[in-house]
Every structure is written in structure tokens, then in C-alpha cells.
Design a binder for this molecule. Structure first.
Ligand code: BTN
Length: 254
């Protein structure tokens, strides 16, 4: 059920309007439904919990109360959809750092602190009436205890509450996060994407590490070397050959 609507006219595009729900199936799905009513670009759907939160690779996203679940409706160039999903990792990390967790970005856009995941992003492209939209869904483990997660996640996830032992209200965190995403999106619209990819490369802690990447039946092990202009992770294997990795499972080796 919708429980509120917030307007922030000082923002340029992202988060000028926020629809707040107590519970939804998935904020990405609610965002898609909003497109039927020709919603404005930058509309944000925020829910206190999700009954069927979705992650990348067809996984579920555990969405207990206390966490932050939002989706942003954007209309970038279709060719930039994947890269934009990477870039939004930067404001998420910035917001986490602002509130005391010195997180880094694991390719493509997981916010990770001390090898534990604290936030994730699922960006999906959709057409509505011949207009291409990207729904960027962001889940941040803010005021959640590890015990609220399914047992198999407790060894690999962390939360803001666990790391900083300080209550940060979700509306406060969201306000800061949306300001950062709004700034990023305006840079996206006004700057060459190569420059933004350079910033992303500098923040991506996967670069320089030894990794194993699996896509379907293909597996590559080597050093994460660069981010290509198409947003792929470039991995150099032990024979010096370069491989591009986009979607699949990426394991950071010790
Ligand atoms: C991942 O790391 O696998 C991506 C997780 C994305 C979760 C967010 S929570 C808000 C939005 N709604 C969803 O169903 N998923 C995204």
C-alpha cells in the first residue's frame, strides 16, 4: 500500500518525486507498473519491505523490514543501460561511506565491506510505448540484523547497523543517496561516458585482483585488468590473453 509521497523540487531529475510503500512484491515491478501512467523520469519507488525482492542472475533479494529498497526510473540511451547500472554503484558506495562504512565496489555493482555484501543493484531495461526505460533497483542492508537474513546469507552479508552500531533512519539515508544519484545522472547527461567509466574504474576494488569468472559453461581465471568501454570487465589470463566478462558469477580469489 502507498503510504506517502515526497517531493524534492531542488533535485534535477532523480528523486524529485518519491512514492513510499509499506510493502510491495518488488520495487522494480512497481516501478514498471508506474510506466503505464507515463510517470516522470527520475521517479523513485521506495518500500519498507518486499515480499519477492529480486537480485541479479535470477536470485532472490532478502528484503526484511529495516532495509532500504528503492527503484529509480531513468531514460538513458539504450546503449548505455549496462554502464549506467555500473555507475550507480558509485553513489551507493558514497552514501555508505558517508554513514561510516568504508565499502568498495565489486564488479559489476555490489557494495562490499570486508568481503561481505552490504548493497546490491539490479538494473533492468524495459520498453513502454516505444520508449526505452531503465529501472535501477537498489537494495541496501541498513537497519537489519544478520539474524533477519536466511542462514545461508549470514556468512557473506553485512549491514550498516552491524558495522557502525548507529541507527541511521532510512529516509535520511535515502535523501543523501538520491542527491548523489541525481548528481551522477546529471554528469552522465553532460559528460562523456568514458570519463565516468574512469571514475568507476578507480572505485572498483575488483581491478588488480585475481578472479575466476563463470558465464554459462565458460570459465576464465586471471587478473581483473580493466573496464572496457562497453562496461565489460577485462580479465587477463595467465597466458596474457584478454577476455571480456559481463554477466555471470565472479569469484575473487585470495
Ligand atoms: C543483487 O545484488 O543481486 C541485486 C539486488 C537488488 C535488490 C534491489 S531491492 C530494490 C529492487 N527491487 C528488487 O526486487 N530488487 C532491487
Amino acid at each position: 500500500m502507498k503510504i506517502g509521497e515526497v517531493h524534492e523540487p531542488n533535485r534535477k531529475v532523480v528523486g524529485r518525486t518519491v512514492w513510499h510503500y509499506d510493502a510491495v512484491e518488488s520495487t522494480n515491478e512497481t516501478a514498471k507498473e508506474s510506466l503505464e501512467a507515463e510517470g516522470e523520469e527520475g521517479l523513485v519507488i521506495w518500500a519498507d519491505r518486499q515480499a519477492a525482492g529480486r537480485g541479479r542472475q535470477g536470485r532472490a533479494w532478502a528484503s526484511p523490514p529495516g532495509g532500504l529498497y528503492v527503484s529509480v526510473v531513468l531514460r538513458p540511451k539504450q546503449a548505455h543501460a549496462w554502464i549506467l547500472g555500473l555507475l550507480v554503484g558509485m553513489p551507493v558506495v558514497k552514501a555508505l561511506r558517508h554513514y561510516g562504512v568504508f565499502a568498495g565496489l565489486k564488479y559489476p555493482n555490489d557494495a562490499v565491506y570486508q568481503d561481505r555484501k552490504i548493497a546490491g543493484i539490479l538494473s533492468e531495461g524495459v520498453y513502454r510505448r516505444d520508449v526505452y526505460h531503465v529501472i535501477v533497483g537498489i537494495g541496501v542492508n541498513t537497519n537489519v540484523d544478520l539474524e533477519q537474513f536466511p542462514p545461508d546469507l549470514r556468512g557473506t552479508a553485512t549491514t550498516l547497523k552491524r558495522e557502525v552500531r548507529l541507527f541511521v533512519a532510512n529516509d535520511e539515508f535515502l535523501d543523501y543517496l538520491l542527491n548523489q544519484i541525481d548528481d551522477l545522472y546529471s554528469r552522465y547527461r553532460n559528460t562523456r561516458i568514458e570519463f565516468l567509466l574512469k571514475d568507476y574504474r578507480g572505485q572498483c576494488t575488483t581491478i588488480g585482483k585475481r578472479v575466476t569468472a563463470r558465464t554459462g559453461k565458460t570459465m576464465v581465471t586471471g587478473k581483473a585488468y580493466d573496464i572496457a568501454l562497453n562496461g565489460a570487465l577485462v580479465i587477463m589470463d595467465d597466458s596474457g590473453a584478454k577476455h571480456e566478462f559481463v554477466e555471470g558469477n565472479l569469484e575473487i580469489l585470495k
